[in-house]
Design a protein around this ligand. Sequence first.
Ligand code: NAI
Length: 507
Amino acid sequence: MHTPQFKTVGIVGTGAMGRGIAQIAAQAGSAVLLFDTQPAAIAQAREALAVQWDKLAAKGRIDAAQAANYKAARQAAASLADLSGCDLIVEAIVERLDVKQALFAELEGIVAPGAVLATNTSSLSVTAIAAGLKRPQQFAGYHFFNPVPLMKVVEVIAGLKTAPAVRDALTAYARQMGHTPVQAADTPGFIVNHAGRGYGTEALRIVSEGVADFATIDRILKDQVGFKLGPFELFDLTALDVSHPVMESIYRQYYDEPRYRPSVITAQRLAGGVVGKKRGEGFYRYVDGAAQVPPEPPVPQVDAIPPVWVSTRAARRAELYQLLKDLGAKIETGPSPSLQALTLVAPLGFDITTVAVVERLDPARTIGIDMLMDDQATRRRVLATNPATRSDMRNAAHALFAKDGKAVSVIRDSGGFVTQRMVAHIVNIAADICQQRICSPQDLETAVTLGLGYPVGPLALGNQLGPANVLEVLFNMQTVYGDPRYRPSPWLRRRGAIGLSLLHEED
Ligand code: NAI
């Protein structure tokens, strides 16, 4: 076995995070000393670690000798002074700046000058925690995710004064612990909690506009993009008492950057105690732990489907034609729709009403379909009405696009469909993280796929859909909403404009 980068590791704060970090440190071959102000927490952590290793041994993942070695490697420390021989100390105590600052000031007087001190903070500034230290160059952020042994990514955060050698040693040690390190500049939310801002806030915005309900938005994002959890399922799991303050904190720390603006919906639900699964009620109600998901609206019964005319400016027009043919639609090919025709538009970022007016189409017969994603790559189609759309046209379109058994959601008109808005927002925030040089594009992709469980990294998603298409959605949404929230990051504008791969261009 390799010699661990750090031979003796102290863990201060042995709650959920501390014990997880202790586990992987011991498995990397380090001796681990556990300290907590609550002696019972140390005893519980030691016991929980023993149980973990026994379980791994029972599953055959480690052998009995290894389990015994790991158990012997983790010991209790009676006081902070007992950590004097550690060459690394990782802190996972209460998330308070003053308490963390006091702890590190004390630890600095106990350890050798070459020892590394690290904080597992998720929301405080690493630079601020190090502000009073005599050796801030020996200090860094080491942000793990819960549960530590399963969430295989760690953000290594250099504060203003962190020595590059310290950052690199923590990076190398993360690999020895079996984790994937990513390096982040000390900025609010670092990488994962910053990149994650797009998902919840834009979904809340869509709901607040009455475009679609929670369950429909969750269905669309899971079926069209492949997210494991919809944004409202995720809110319920994390619970709003955790996620709403994070949304507010990142928004404020970036001096009210509109892209991260939180929503009154979660503020009100938090105030009302409707926080999520753990309380039995969040966006969904839970019975015996199972979400009560409202049923999908049924596909309407329609006797005859009218002929269909497709706008000449529709996105993926050729694919849309093919799809209509496959569904057995009667297609009109004239320069304008007949008086009976169901009129299909497929805008990027624009609302259906605007398109009907600009293209001089009869709004009563005009329906939109989201063609940003390749239809073959999705499990759901999304249609949008405008306020004038006649119900017979709406029903005919719903029935037509459901003919091959694929799920269909019909939403109300808004600038951009659900997926367009969400994806454009996520890609734009990711692009801005690159623009700000918070991390490398590659580390961004790694951090988001491992830390947030997205099906692909946000930049790869932007590449798949075409940076120019994502940009078009944002430009048009900016026109519809006049909201700087949808202002494209310069990083994305450059790539969208010249069509370069998002990942390979250094600029
Ligand atoms: P926890 O509440 O399970 O454990 C914290 C432990 O620290 C407790 O055992 C407590 O007795 C001890 N403690 C508090 N003040 C102390 C002090 N001054 N000296 C020594 N021990 C002290 O909390 P958890 O969830 O393990 O989180 C700990 C830290 O990790 C927080 O800073 C949090 O922001 C960060 N974090 C938490 C994540 C999570 O999902 N829970 C994810 C990433 C980071």
